[in-house]
Ligand binder design. Structure first.
Ligand code: CA
Length: 227
């Protein structure tokens, strides 16, 4: 997947994230201090950096500014602070994305993949396979158990967005922003209607889901059927 440099001083968090990313197929190097991270990031040229803000030798945002002077490597900031001013400061300093602690390895992995896709560093064009479902972004073709499905463009984009994040619950808000390009407002109903259409084409129902699973009040995810 990706070469990830993890800069985090807290031993337990560093170990947990290191393991979680490792399990998801990333090659992870981890360091505990900003200067060390800066040196490694410039020398080893990772695909992506995960940066904690509270580091022993330097504020992570200061380090990010120094890194940005010499490198455009994608950076995801891990912050304990949720205030808007803090998030703005992080993004202004050149972060590509951020996560507010605590977060899971699965969440971090999903953000890593999203950031790398945006940067075109990952092989985003390869087909995505979940169980008997195959979603090919190049040909924009979807197959279910070897049979071609005819999807409308938005249905395809919705399914592809979920399929590349297999197992991750995506909020309807995120879908409206990323799939429909409606950053504010918009109605959950829009997503629900398209999910219903998609369901019909995937030969499943809300009562008997196979690939599309709605987690009430949270969002929707794609997973492979159990049998
Ligand atoms: Ca810290």
């Amino acid at each position: 997947m990706a070469n990830v440099l993890l800069i985090e001083d807290e031993v337990s968090i560093r170990a947990a994230l290191h393991r979680a990313l490792d399990e998801r197929g990333h090659a992870v190097a981890s360091v505990r201090a900003a200067m060390d991270g800066l040196a490694r990031a410039t020398k080893e040229r990772p695909d992506l950096v995960v940066l904690d803000l509270g580091l022993p030798d330097m504020d992570g945002v200061e380090m990010l500014r120094m890194l940005r002077a010499v490198s455009s490597v994608p950076v995801i900031v891990a912050t304990a602070r949720e205030q808007e001013s803090e998030i703005v400061r992080v993004l202004d300093a050149g972060a590509d994305d951020y996560l507010v602690k605590p977060f899971s390895g699965a969440q971090l992995d999903a953000r890593i993949r999203a950031v790398l896709r945006r940067g075109g560093r990952e092989d985003e064009e390869s087909a995505c396979v979940v169980g008997g479902l195959r979603v090919d972004p190049r040909s924009r073709e979807v197959e279910l158990d070897g049979e071609r499905l005819e999807l409308a463009p938005r249905e395809f984009e919705l399914l592809h967005y979920l399929a590349v994040r297999v197992g991750t619950v995506v909020s309807k808000r995120e879908l409206l922003t990323e799939v429909w390009q409606i950053p504010y407002g918009g109605a959950d109903k829009t997503v629900d209607v398209h999910l219903a259409w998609l369901r019909r084409k995937l030969n499943e129902t809300a009562a008997n889901p196979r690939y599309l699973h709605v987690v009430r009040g949270v969002g929707v995810k794609v997973t492979a059927p159990e049998s």
